[in-house]
Design a protein around this ligand. Structure first.
Ligand code: NAD
Ligand code: AKB
Length: 319
Protein backbone atom coordinates (compact mmCIF):
# COMPACT_ATOMS: atom_id res chain seq x y z
CA UNK A 1 0.00 0.00 0.00
CA UNK A 2 1.38 3.47 -0.94
CA UNK A 3 2.31 5.65 2.03
CA UNK A 4 -0.82 7.60 2.93
CA UNK A 5 -1.27 10.51 5.31
CA UNK A 6 -4.92 11.18 6.05
CA UNK A 7 -6.65 14.29 7.38
CA UNK A 8 -10.08 13.75 8.97
CA UNK A 9 -12.04 17.01 9.24
CA UNK A 10 -14.89 16.90 11.77
CA UNK A 11 -13.18 14.05 13.65
CA UNK A 12 -14.88 14.77 16.99
CA UNK A 13 -18.36 14.13 15.59
CA UNK A 14 -20.60 11.04 15.56
CA UNK A 15 -18.92 9.44 12.54
CA UNK A 16 -15.54 11.15 12.87
CA UNK A 17 -14.56 9.49 16.14
CA UNK A 18 -15.19 5.94 14.90
CA UNK A 19 -13.85 6.54 11.40
CA UNK A 20 -10.64 8.10 12.75
CA UNK A 21 -10.08 5.13 15.07
CA UNK A 22 -10.77 2.66 12.25
CA UNK A 23 -8.42 4.47 9.84
CA UNK A 24 -5.68 4.56 12.50
CA UNK A 25 -5.91 0.78 12.82
CA UNK A 26 -5.22 0.38 9.11
CA UNK A 27 -2.85 3.23 8.27
CA UNK A 28 -1.09 3.60 11.64
CA UNK A 29 -1.91 6.17 14.33
CA UNK A 30 0.69 8.72 13.21
CA UNK A 31 -0.67 8.71 9.63
CA UNK A 32 -4.21 9.79 10.49
CA UNK A 33 -4.49 13.40 11.65
CA UNK A 34 -7.79 14.14 13.41
CA UNK A 35 -9.09 17.71 13.23
CA UNK A 36 -12.16 19.61 14.35
CA UNK A 37 -13.43 23.04 15.29
CA UNK A 38 -14.37 21.76 18.72
CA UNK A 39 -12.13 20.09 21.25
CA UNK A 40 -10.72 16.63 20.69
CA UNK A 41 -13.23 13.91 21.59
CA UNK A 42 -12.30 11.96 24.74
CA UNK A 43 -12.15 8.70 22.79
CA UNK A 44 -9.55 10.13 20.41
CA UNK A 45 -7.25 11.51 23.10
CA UNK A 46 -3.89 9.72 23.09
CA UNK A 47 -4.77 7.68 19.98
CA UNK A 48 -2.92 9.85 17.42
CA UNK A 49 -2.29 13.42 16.21
CA UNK A 50 -4.98 16.10 16.58
CA UNK A 51 -5.11 19.65 15.20
CA UNK A 52 -7.67 22.34 15.82
CA UNK A 53 -8.99 23.37 12.40
CA UNK A 54 -11.84 25.38 10.88
CA UNK A 55 -12.66 24.02 7.41
CA UNK A 56 -13.96 27.49 6.50
CA UNK A 57 -10.46 28.93 6.90
CA UNK A 58 -9.07 27.84 3.53
CA UNK A 59 -5.60 29.28 4.10
CA UNK A 60 -5.09 27.46 7.39
CA UNK A 61 -6.48 24.27 5.89
CA UNK A 62 -4.07 24.58 2.99
CA UNK A 63 -1.15 25.15 5.39
CA UNK A 64 -2.05 22.02 7.35
CA UNK A 65 -2.35 19.91 4.20
CA UNK A 66 1.14 20.98 3.09
CA UNK A 67 2.74 20.92 6.55
CA UNK A 68 1.44 17.45 7.35
CA UNK A 69 2.10 16.00 3.86
CA UNK A 70 -1.55 15.01 3.57
CA UNK A 71 -2.46 12.63 0.71
CA UNK A 72 -6.16 11.99 1.50
CA UNK A 73 -8.92 14.05 3.15
CA UNK A 74 -12.09 12.72 4.79
CA UNK A 75 -14.45 15.72 5.16
CA UNK A 76 -17.12 15.14 7.82
CA UNK A 77 -17.79 18.68 9.05
CA UNK A 78 -21.39 19.65 8.28
CA UNK A 79 -24.64 20.91 9.78
CA UNK A 80 -27.29 18.17 9.70
CA UNK A 81 -30.99 18.27 8.82
CA UNK A 82 -32.72 19.36 12.03
CA UNK A 83 -30.09 21.93 13.08
CA UNK A 84 -29.91 23.15 9.47
CA UNK A 85 -33.58 24.14 9.49
CA UNK A 86 -32.87 26.42 12.49
CA UNK A 87 -30.14 28.30 10.63
CA UNK A 88 -30.42 27.68 6.87
CA UNK A 89 -27.81 30.29 5.86
CA UNK A 90 -25.18 28.87 8.17
CA UNK A 91 -25.94 25.30 7.05
CA UNK A 92 -25.64 26.22 3.37
CA UNK A 93 -22.46 28.21 3.98
CA UNK A 94 -20.64 25.51 5.97
CA UNK A 95 -21.84 22.55 3.93
CA UNK A 96 -20.98 24.17 0.57
CA UNK A 97 -17.92 26.32 1.27
CA UNK A 98 -16.32 23.67 3.46
CA UNK A 99 -16.60 21.17 0.60
CA UNK A 100 -15.38 23.62 -2.05
CA UNK A 101 -12.35 24.54 0.10
CA UNK A 102 -11.42 20.86 0.39
CA UNK A 103 -12.00 20.09 -3.30
CA UNK A 104 -9.91 23.09 -4.39
CA UNK A 105 -6.99 22.26 -2.12
CA UNK A 106 -7.17 18.59 -3.08
CA UNK A 107 -6.96 19.57 -6.76
CA UNK A 108 -4.12 22.05 -6.24
CA UNK A 109 -2.07 19.66 -4.10
CA UNK A 110 -2.95 16.65 -6.30
CA UNK A 111 -4.20 14.61 -3.35
CA UNK A 112 -4.75 10.87 -3.94
CA UNK A 113 -8.35 10.72 -2.71
CA UNK A 114 -11.11 12.70 -1.01
CA UNK A 115 -14.07 11.26 0.91
CA UNK A 116 -17.20 13.33 1.51
CA UNK A 117 -20.51 11.88 2.71
CA UNK A 118 -23.89 12.76 1.27
CA UNK A 119 -27.18 11.62 2.80
CA UNK A 120 -30.57 10.09 2.08
CA UNK A 121 -31.68 13.71 2.78
CA UNK A 122 -31.05 14.46 -0.91
CA UNK A 123 -34.37 12.73 -1.61
CA UNK A 124 -37.65 14.62 -1.26
CA UNK A 125 -41.38 14.02 -1.22
CA UNK A 126 -41.46 13.30 -4.96
CA UNK A 127 -38.85 10.51 -4.74
CA UNK A 128 -40.10 6.91 -4.49
CA UNK A 129 -40.80 5.92 -0.87
CA UNK A 130 -39.84 2.25 -1.16
CA UNK A 131 -36.46 1.01 -2.41
CA UNK A 132 -35.60 4.49 -3.62
CA UNK A 133 -33.24 4.01 -6.60
CA UNK A 134 -29.83 5.58 -7.22
CA UNK A 135 -31.17 7.75 -10.01
CA UNK A 136 -34.67 9.11 -9.58
CA UNK A 137 -36.60 12.34 -9.02
CA UNK A 138 -34.61 14.30 -6.42
CA UNK A 139 -36.32 17.41 -4.99
CA UNK A 140 -35.11 17.91 -1.39
CA UNK A 141 -37.08 20.24 0.92
CA UNK A 142 -34.44 20.87 3.61
CA UNK A 143 -31.43 23.17 3.30
CA UNK A 144 -29.32 20.19 4.38
CA UNK A 145 -30.70 18.05 1.53
CA UNK A 146 -30.22 20.87 -0.98
CA UNK A 147 -26.60 21.34 0.16
CA UNK A 148 -25.91 17.60 -0.08
CA UNK A 149 -27.37 17.35 -3.57
CA UNK A 150 -25.38 20.37 -4.77
CA UNK A 151 -22.29 18.89 -3.06
CA UNK A 152 -22.74 15.62 -4.96
CA UNK A 153 -22.57 17.50 -8.24
CA UNK A 154 -19.49 19.45 -7.15
CA UNK A 155 -17.79 16.12 -6.39
CA UNK A 156 -18.76 14.81 -9.81
CA UNK A 157 -17.56 18.07 -11.42
CA UNK A 158 -14.12 17.91 -9.77
CA UNK A 159 -13.80 14.29 -10.86
CA UNK A 160 -14.87 14.90 -14.47
CA UNK A 161 -13.02 18.18 -14.95
CA UNK A 162 -9.85 17.73 -12.87
CA UNK A 163 -9.62 13.96 -12.45
CA UNK A 164 -9.88 14.23 -8.65
CA UNK A 165 -10.60 10.84 -7.06
CA UNK A 166 -13.46 11.96 -4.83
CA UNK A 167 -15.84 9.31 -3.50
CA UNK A 168 -19.11 9.55 -1.61
CA UNK A 169 -21.89 7.60 0.08
CA UNK A 170 -25.47 8.70 0.82
CA UNK A 171 -25.58 7.49 4.43
CA UNK A 172 -28.93 6.57 5.96
CA UNK A 173 -29.55 7.63 9.61
CA UNK A 174 -26.62 6.30 11.64
CA UNK A 175 -26.91 4.66 15.06
CA UNK A 176 -23.94 4.45 17.41
CA UNK A 177 -23.01 4.33 21.09
CA UNK A 178 -19.52 5.89 21.09
CA UNK A 179 -20.21 9.54 20.30
CA UNK A 180 -23.40 11.58 20.27
CA UNK A 181 -25.27 12.46 17.07
CA UNK A 182 -25.07 16.07 15.88
CA UNK A 183 -28.60 17.36 15.20
CA UNK A 184 -30.28 15.10 12.67
CA UNK A 185 -33.86 13.89 12.18
CA UNK A 186 -32.80 10.27 12.72
CA UNK A 187 -31.15 11.03 16.12
CA UNK A 188 -34.15 9.55 17.96
CA UNK A 189 -32.91 6.06 17.07
CA UNK A 190 -29.73 6.76 19.08
CA UNK A 191 -31.36 8.54 22.04
CA UNK A 192 -33.96 5.80 22.47
CA UNK A 193 -31.34 3.25 23.58
CA UNK A 194 -29.74 5.32 26.34
CA UNK A 195 -33.18 6.47 27.56
CA UNK A 196 -34.41 2.86 27.56
CA UNK A 197 -31.56 1.93 29.89
CA UNK A 198 -31.70 5.03 32.10
CA UNK A 199 -35.46 5.78 32.25
CA UNK A 200 -37.22 2.69 30.82
CA UNK A 201 -39.22 5.12 28.66
CA UNK A 202 -38.66 7.45 25.70
CA UNK A 203 -40.64 10.32 24.20
CA UNK A 204 -40.02 10.25 20.46
CA UNK A 205 -40.22 13.38 18.28
CA UNK A 206 -41.48 11.33 15.29
CA UNK A 207 -44.82 9.51 14.86
CA UNK A 208 -44.77 5.82 15.79
CA UNK A 209 -45.26 4.60 12.20
CA UNK A 210 -42.49 6.72 10.58
CA UNK A 211 -40.23 4.35 8.64
CA UNK A 212 -36.76 5.62 7.72
CA UNK A 213 -33.59 4.10 6.22
CA UNK A 214 -31.09 3.47 9.03
CA UNK A 215 -27.70 1.80 9.53
CA UNK A 216 -25.57 0.68 12.48
CA UNK A 217 -22.25 2.54 12.69
CA UNK A 218 -19.98 -0.52 12.21
CA UNK A 219 -21.67 -1.12 8.84
CA UNK A 220 -21.27 2.58 7.90
CA UNK A 221 -17.57 2.57 8.78
CA UNK A 222 -17.01 -0.66 6.84
CA UNK A 223 -18.91 0.74 3.83
CA UNK A 224 -16.72 3.85 3.88
CA UNK A 225 -13.50 1.84 4.01
CA UNK A 226 -14.69 -0.58 1.30
CA UNK A 227 -15.64 2.27 -1.03
CA UNK A 228 -12.32 4.04 -0.44
CA UNK A 229 -10.37 0.80 -1.03
CA UNK A 230 -12.19 -0.15 -4.24
CA UNK A 231 -10.23 0.13 -7.51
CA UNK A 232 -10.99 3.49 -9.19
CA UNK A 233 -12.16 1.67 -12.34
CA UNK A 234 -15.00 0.06 -10.35
CA UNK A 235 -16.43 3.41 -9.23
CA UNK A 236 -19.23 4.19 -11.70
CA UNK A 237 -20.98 6.76 -9.48
CA UNK A 238 -19.07 10.00 -8.91
CA UNK A 239 -21.97 11.87 -7.34
CA UNK A 240 -22.77 9.63 -4.32
CA UNK A 241 -23.74 5.99 -3.79
CA UNK A 242 -27.05 4.82 -2.29
CA UNK A 243 -26.37 2.28 0.46
CA UNK A 244 -28.92 0.44 2.55
CA UNK A 245 -28.80 -1.07 6.03
CA UNK A 246 -32.29 -1.49 7.49
CA UNK A 247 -35.63 0.31 7.65
CA UNK A 248 -37.74 0.57 10.81
CA UNK A 249 -40.26 2.76 12.63
CA UNK A 250 -40.23 4.01 16.26
CA UNK A 251 -42.75 1.23 17.10
CA UNK A 252 -40.43 -1.42 15.66
CA UNK A 253 -37.27 -0.21 17.40
CA UNK A 254 -39.25 -0.03 20.68
CA UNK A 255 -40.43 -3.63 20.16
CA UNK A 256 -36.83 -4.70 19.54
CA UNK A 257 -35.75 -3.01 22.81
CA UNK A 258 -38.70 -4.59 24.69
CA UNK A 259 -37.30 -8.04 23.89
CA UNK A 260 -34.46 -7.17 26.30
CA UNK A 261 -36.15 -4.53 28.50
CA UNK A 262 -39.82 -5.66 28.67
CA UNK A 263 -40.94 -2.69 30.83
CA UNK A 264 -39.71 -0.13 28.21
CA UNK A 265 -42.43 2.31 27.10
CA UNK A 266 -42.49 4.47 23.95
CA UNK A 267 -44.59 7.61 23.56
CA UNK A 268 -44.61 9.84 20.47
CA UNK A 269 -45.06 13.60 20.26
CA UNK A 270 -44.09 14.67 16.74
CA UNK A 271 -42.41 18.07 16.27
CA UNK A 272 -40.98 19.99 13.27
CA UNK A 273 -38.76 17.01 12.43
CA UNK A 274 -41.80 14.96 11.38
CA UNK A 275 -42.14 16.99 8.18
CA UNK A 276 -38.49 16.32 7.34
CA UNK A 277 -38.85 12.58 8.02
CA UNK A 278 -42.04 12.42 5.93
CA UNK A 279 -40.15 13.90 2.97
CA UNK A 280 -37.53 11.10 2.93
CA UNK A 281 -37.81 7.58 1.48
CA UNK A 282 -38.55 4.69 3.81
CA UNK A 283 -36.04 2.32 2.21
CA UNK A 284 -33.16 2.50 -0.26
CA UNK A 285 -32.12 0.45 -3.29
CA UNK A 286 -28.33 -0.04 -3.14
CA UNK A 287 -27.93 -2.43 -6.11
CA UNK A 288 -25.25 -0.26 -7.76
CA UNK A 289 -23.04 -0.11 -4.63
CA UNK A 290 -23.45 -3.90 -4.35
CA UNK A 291 -22.40 -4.37 -7.98
CA UNK A 292 -19.52 -1.83 -8.06
CA UNK A 293 -17.77 -2.52 -4.76
CA UNK A 294 -19.63 -5.43 -3.19
CA UNK A 295 -21.63 -3.55 -0.54
CA UNK A 296 -23.65 -5.78 1.82
CA UNK A 297 -24.87 -4.76 5.30
CA UNK A 298 -24.26 -7.08 8.26
CA UNK A 299 -26.63 -5.71 10.94
CA UNK A 300 -30.39 -6.01 11.18
CA UNK A 301 -32.51 -4.30 13.86
CA UNK A 302 -32.31 -6.98 16.57
CA UNK A 303 -28.60 -7.57 16.12
CA UNK A 304 -28.02 -3.82 16.42
CA UNK A 305 -30.26 -3.56 19.51
CA UNK A 306 -28.35 -6.35 21.28
CA UNK A 307 -25.02 -4.71 20.51
CA UNK A 308 -26.14 -1.15 21.42
CA UNK A 309 -27.62 -2.17 24.78
CA UNK A 310 -24.71 -4.44 25.65
CA UNK A 311 -22.17 -1.68 24.97
CA UNK A 312 -24.17 1.11 26.60
CA UNK A 313 -24.55 -1.03 29.73
CA UNK A 314 -20.78 -1.56 29.88
CA UNK A 315 -19.94 2.14 29.60
CA UNK A 316 -22.78 4.67 29.53
CA UNK A 317 -21.71 7.54 27.29
CA UNK A 318 -22.52 11.24 26.77
CA UNK A 319 -25.39 10.23 24.40
P1 NAD B 1 -21.56 15.59 13.62
O1 NAD B 1 -22.36 16.85 13.72
O2 NAD B 1 -21.66 14.59 14.71
O3 NAD B 1 -20.02 15.95 13.43
C1 NAD B 1 -19.59 17.01 12.61
C2 NAD B 1 -18.30 17.53 13.21
O4 NAD B 1 -17.86 18.62 12.39
C3 NAD B 1 -18.47 18.08 14.64
O5 NAD B 1 -17.53 17.50 15.52
C4 NAD B 1 -18.23 19.58 14.47
O6 NAD B 1 -17.58 20.18 15.60
C5 NAD B 1 -17.33 19.62 13.25
N1 NAD B 1 -17.37 20.91 12.58
C6 NAD B 1 -18.42 21.74 12.43
N2 NAD B 1 -18.05 22.87 11.81
C7 NAD B 1 -16.74 22.74 11.54
C8 NAD B 1 -15.78 23.57 10.92
N3 NAD B 1 -16.12 24.78 10.45
N4 NAD B 1 -14.51 23.13 10.81
C9 NAD B 1 -14.15 21.91 11.30
N5 NAD B 1 -15.01 21.07 11.92
C10 NAD B 1 -16.29 21.51 12.04
O7 NAD B 1 -21.92 14.94 12.21
P2 NAD B 1 -21.80 13.40 11.79
O8 NAD B 1 -23.09 12.75 12.13
O9 NAD B 1 -20.54 12.82 12.28
O10 NAD B 1 -21.79 13.56 10.21
C11 NAD B 1 -20.59 13.59 9.47
C12 NAD B 1 -20.95 13.71 8.00
O11 NAD B 1 -21.76 12.59 7.62
C13 NAD B 1 -21.75 14.96 7.63
O12 NAD B 1 -21.40 15.38 6.34
C14 NAD B 1 -23.17 14.44 7.61
O13 NAD B 1 -23.98 15.22 6.77
C15 NAD B 1 -22.97 13.05 7.06
N6 NAD B 1 -24.08 12.16 7.40
C16 NAD B 1 -24.31 11.80 8.69
C17 NAD B 1 -25.37 10.96 8.99
C18 NAD B 1 -25.66 10.52 10.40
O14 NAD B 1 -26.70 9.88 10.64
N7 NAD B 1 -24.79 10.81 11.37
C19 NAD B 1 -26.21 10.49 7.96
C20 NAD B 1 -25.97 10.94 6.65
C21 NAD B 1 -24.88 11.74 6.38
C1 AKB C 1 -30.05 13.55 9.63
O1 AKB C 1 -31.04 13.04 10.17
O2 AKB C 1 -29.96 14.75 9.31
C2 AKB C 1 -28.88 12.65 9.28
C3 AKB C 1 -28.98 12.21 7.87
C4 AKB C 1 -29.89 11.11 7.51
O3 AKB C 1 -28.33 12.76 7.03
N1 AKB C 1 -28.86 11.56 10.22
Amino acid sequence: MAKEKILVIGASGQIGVELTLALRKIYGAANVVASDLREENELLKGSGPYVSLDVMNKEMLHVQVIRQNITQIYLLAAILSATGEKNPNLAWHLNMQGLLNVLDIAREEKLQKVYWPSSIAVFGPTSPKQLCPQQTIIEPITVYGISKYAGEFWCNYYHQRYGLDVRSIRYPGLISYKSAPGGGTTDYAVEIYSEALAEKKYKCFLRENTYLPMMYMPDAIRATMELMDAPADNISVRTSYNISGMSFSPTEIAASIQKLIPEFKLSCVPDYRQKIADSWPQSIDDAIAAKDWGWKPAYDLDRMTNDMLENLMKAPKEI
